[in-house]
Design a protein around this ligand. Structure first.
Ligand SMILES: O=C(O)CCC(=O)C(=O)O
Ligand SMILES: [Fe+2]
Length: 196
């Protein structure tokens, strides 16, 4: 947590245990057909999206996806830890599964959209067994000293970073690359829950 406060990002290996890892992967493969077909709604939007990123996403919903209850519990714990040690006031979250097929990438960006500033912490959990460096797909972080740091997307590894501070990209992946990606949100209670 000190690294997150001081360096703006932290990489935590074995963030989830075997059971939870299996639960998430089972869920992923049960739903992959649905989300691989998503994102072709508006032609325009799709074209824009394709030039910037090549992943397919499946948004999770806490009420619907109760089978992932261990994951939702872990998120509650993570938020309270961050609130306590990093003096944040995180409440809500939004999460999706992501699949980068071979050739997929995501150009350098910040996770806070213009006109929306409630994404505080970005959180990615990787779901790739036996990942090799030659497979590409590294998360490229531009750190505080403008140095590039590469993070391999290996199973059970979690990356946390400040959504408004850390420019990052996903390098072209040469193999199917899976992750569970989301944002811990600052949510004034008067707005009520947005998602999850
Ligand atoms: O999958 C990753 O390593 C990063 C994904 C990402 O940057 C995003 O979805 O905003
Ligand atoms: Fe991102």
């Amino acid at each position: 947590m000190d690294d997150l406060a001081e360096q703006d990002y932290v990489v935590i290996d074995d963030f989830i245990d075997n059971n939870l890892y299996k639960e998430i992967k089972n869920f992923l493969f049960e739903n992959i057909d649905v989300f691989d077909r998503a994102g072709i709604g508006s032609l325009n939007q799709h074209t824009i999206k394709k030039n910037i990123r090549g992943d397919k996403t499946y948004w999770l919903n806490k009420e619907r996806d109760t089978i992932l209850k261990d994951f939702w519990n872990l998120l509650e714990e993570t938020k309270s830890t961050l609130n306590r040690y990093c003096y944040l006031s995180l409440s809500g979250q939004e999460f999706h599964l992501a699949h980068y097929p071979s050739g997929g990438y995501y150009k350098r960006h910040l996770d806070q959209f213009e006109g929306r500033n409630n994404r505080m912490i970005s959180m990615i959990i990787y779901l790739n067994d036996n990942w090799e460096t030659e497979n590409g797909g590294q998360l490229e972080i531009l750190d505080k000293n403008k140095k590039l740091q590469l993070v391999e997307p290996i199973a059970k590894r979690c990356v946390l970073f400040k959504s408004d501070k850390v420019p990052h990209a996903v390098l072209k992946s040469f193999k199917d690359r899976y992750s569970l990606t989301g944002w811990l949100l600052y949510q004034p209670t008067s707005l009520g829950p947005l998602l999850g």
